[in-house]
Design a protein around this ligand. Structure first.
Ligand code: GDP
Length: 416
């Protein structure tokens, strides 16, 4: 399978005695003939001396050795010419410039090896090994990859572990991710008249207009969307529903039953200067969601009481606006603990469908590991890997052979 003629410097740039330029493709021999003089294609695979001339200007650029290969007996399986020039930065670049001026196309990273693969000169594992070899720094690593025999079991184990860890980490972002999409549920609770509705309105600010009553079975709360520290929240208040039977008279604390179980955090309001009553302490102790203790009506100037439990405490005044900015910041930290602190956000799962697919992929990877441990034949165990890939396809779309090739060749240097 011959294709257009590509060229690149195959050796690393910088100080060196010599450099190698590869020209491969249908017209490689003719193209070499147009810049090398004297040029002879045959006998193949023998080194000959020539000068490089610029095809347009005609000036002599270097004195070189060149070797001509004929398809399919070459690295790429195509007609190929390798030109060994003097080293350094300038001369190889000039010679490559002449080759490109003669009509070759600058090769993409890994394109030579990709052609070798497509022409059946090597399989994908060998191609990857070439990539590793190119990057190899330690002699031990070179030895490990030169042998294209079976992949050592430790390497498979390590790969499984890496995949398992990445899937687990990704799944760990699901809670924050889904909250990021839907808003963290923040339930405002506290005794009557502590300032819950005022706080609700103050936090909504200008977004007050979008307050909506959720159509539902029990009208025990009002929900409104608010942004705190750049993160989305669903503020839940019993505001205006004083007469609702759902208000828990027994303990005298107003909160939304319906939302409490799903709460990502609870804003518990307590007037500044007051201590928690035993009912309030009991209520707080029974909560599973993180609590932010909000001391309200700070402008009334009462002395501040010491918090009794380990909650985050913020003192605010809905009247003057004092402390509201701090409260927004604390809400962001508590509601989006994983995200609020980090500048660069990792990929996040934001959909239940993705979460389910990743969980399935993780299960299959673990099943593969278990099957290997149980000594199952590789081909049988690999069915789990295929299922894992198919689960991932549900998230990112079809994983084609072409995608795998792109991934493999993306990390190649030009000239390989
Ligand atoms: P809720 O019953 O907990 O929802 O409390 P409200 O928000 O209805 O407030 C009860 C009373 O406290 C009202 O008269 C409010 O005007 C007053 N109030 C609320 N927040 C503040 C505040 O920050 N400063 C002052 N001075 N009064 C407030």
């Amino acid at each position: 399978m011959l294709s257009d003629t590509i060229a690149a410097i195959a050796t690393p740039p910088g100080r060196s005695a010599i450099a190698l330029i590869r020209i491969s493709g249908r017209g490689a021999h003719e193209l070499a003939a147009s810049v090398l003089n004297p040029f002879r294609a045959e006998p193949y695979r023998s080194a000959r001396l020539a000068r490089v001339y610029h095809p347009q200007g005609g000036e002599v650029l270097d004195e070189v050795l060149y070797v001509v290969y004929s398809q399919p007996h070459s690295y790429t399986g195509e007609d190929l010419v390798e030109v060994t020039t003097h080293g350094g930065l300038l001369i190889p670049a000039e010679v490559l410039g002449a080759v490109l001026a003669a009509g070759a196309r600058q090769a993409a990273p890994g394109e030579f090896t990709r052609r070798a693969l497509l022409n059946g000169k090597m399989d994908l594992l060998q191609a990857e090994a070439v990539g590793d070899l190119t990057d190899a720094t330690a002699p031990a690593q070179r030895r490990a990859e030169e042998d294209s025999g079976p992949i050592p079991p430790e390497q498979v184990d390590a790969a499984i572990e890496t995949v398992r860890l990445r899937l687990t980490n990704l799944l760990g972002t699901a809670a924050d991710g889904e909250r990021l999409r839907d808003g963290a549920i923040a339930v405002i609770a506290g005794c009557p008249n502590v300032g819950k509705s005022s706080l609700f309105n103050a936090l909504l600010g200008r977004e007050r207009a979008i307050v909506t009553e959720r159509p539902g079975t029990t009208r025990d709360a009002i929900e409104a969307a608010a942004s705190c520290g750049g993160f989305p929240f669903r503020l839940i208040d019993t505001a205006g529903l004083r007469d609702s039977e759902d208000t828990v008279e027994r303990i005298g604390i107003e909160f939304s039953h319906r939302y409490l179980a799903a709460a990502d955090l609870v804003l518990f309001c307590l007037e500044a200067g007051r201590w928690l009553s035993s009912e309030e302490s009991e209520f707080l102790a029974a909560l599973t969601a993180p609590v932010v203790l909000v001391r309200t009506k700070a402008d009334l100037g009462k002395p501040l009481a010491v918090p009794l439990r380990g909650e985050r405490v913020v003192t605010v005044s809905a009247e003057t606006g004092a402390g509201l900015a701090e409260l927004r910041g604390v809400l962001a930290e508590v509601g989006f603990s994983k995200l609020a602190g980090q500048g660069e956000v990792e990929p996040l799962i934001t959909r239940e469908r993705h979460r389910a697919a990743l969980r399935r992929a993780l299960e299959e990877v673990e099943a593969f590991a278990a099957a290997r441990k149980a000594g199952l034949e590789g081909a049988v165990a690999a069915t789990h890997l295929r299922s894992a890939v198919s689960a991932l396809e549900d998230v990112i779309g079809l994983v084609t052979t072409e995608d795998v090739l792109d991934r493999v060749f993306a990390r190649f240097c030009v000239g390989k």
